[in-house]
Design a protein around this ligand. Structure first.
Ligand code: PGA
Length: 261
């Protein structure tokens, strides 16, 4: 795994936006996998600003979001449909027909999951998958002990995640129990995964993901199997890494074409 450590959340967002921009500039029809949550918000703001300045365009790009709550109306303040419009889609030159988010209100949720997988395949797969990490090591909404080769499916959130996400709702009881999420197997098929983590509250999960054993107890540890994952971390999220100086050494010795800055 490639590990990039930056001073703070702002400098992480800066380099993450540069990585996304590279795909938008270099690929004829880039397919981006998108994430929600508080971590990627700053990166989205940087991408919007680059789009406004004409430095990048999303007009040729297709997107697939990782996950969505089951049962929240799309215009609910906490739905990921609403989040994506507010934090990205309403401010960039993307055609809404090129964006995909699982439909948590589909009459047949199982069919929705199967069709979501097909839609990703029809676009030729995901070029760059953006990910956040939960404090329990989840990616997407793939909670501990789920299969490490799962596909897009309906999952039940852990009480830990419900507690973490309650800050966005009035209280715990308002957080939906069910979600649709791309599976770990789906995520591992992306050409490149870009996982972002900031803050001390993520440091244990980050250490387990990068340096721990591959185990379904920490779903993000499956990324150790992935052919090309870049982890962008701030100093706080990286504080428990045992090989931190080695990761910095590797980055300092990157060849020109391996650098993002
Ligand atoms: P956060 O969520 O960015 O809001 O911390 C990340 C996640 O749970 O995947």
């Amino acid at each position: 795994m490639e590990v990039i450590i930056r001073e703070n959340a702002d400098s992480c967002a800066e380099i993450a936006a540069k990585i996304v921009a590279k795909y938008l500039r270099e690929k004829k029809s880039p397919v981006l996998g998108l994430a929600t949550g508080s971590t990627p918000e700053k990166m989205y703001r940087k991408l919007i600003s680059m789009n406004e300045k004409g430095e990048i365009s999303f007009s040729h790009c297709t997107t697939f979001n990782l996950d969505e709550y089951v049962g929240l109306p799309p215009d609910h303040s906490q739905s990921y449909h609403r989040y994506m419009k507010q934090n990205l889609f309403d401010h960039i030159d993307i055609g809404m027909g090129s964006t995909h988010i699982p439909d948590g209100n589909a009459p047949d949720l199982r069919l929705e999951c199967l069709n979501y997988e097909k839609a990703i395949k029809n676009e030729g797969g995901i070029d760059l998958q953006i990910l956040g990490i939960g404090s329990n090591g989840h990616i997407g909404f793939n909670e501990p002990i789920g299969s490490l080769s799962s596909r897009t499916w309906i999952k039940i959130l852990t009480q830990n995640t419900i507690k973490d996400n309650a800050r966005f709702f009035d209280d715990d009881s308002q957080v939906p129990r069910h979600v649709i999420t791309m599976g770990i197997g789906t995520i591992l098929e992306a050409e490149h995964c870009l996982i972002l983590a900031c803050g001390k509250q993520k440091s244990m999960a980050v250490q387990a993901m990068i340096e721990g054993p591959i185990t379904s107890q920490c779903p993000s540890s499956a990324l150790q199997f992935h052919k090309r994952t870049t982890a962008v971390l701030d100093e706080d999220a990286a504080c428990l890494l045992k090989l931190k100086s080695h990761y910095k050494w590797v980055e300092e010795n990157h060849l020109d074409w391996q650098q993002y800055d």
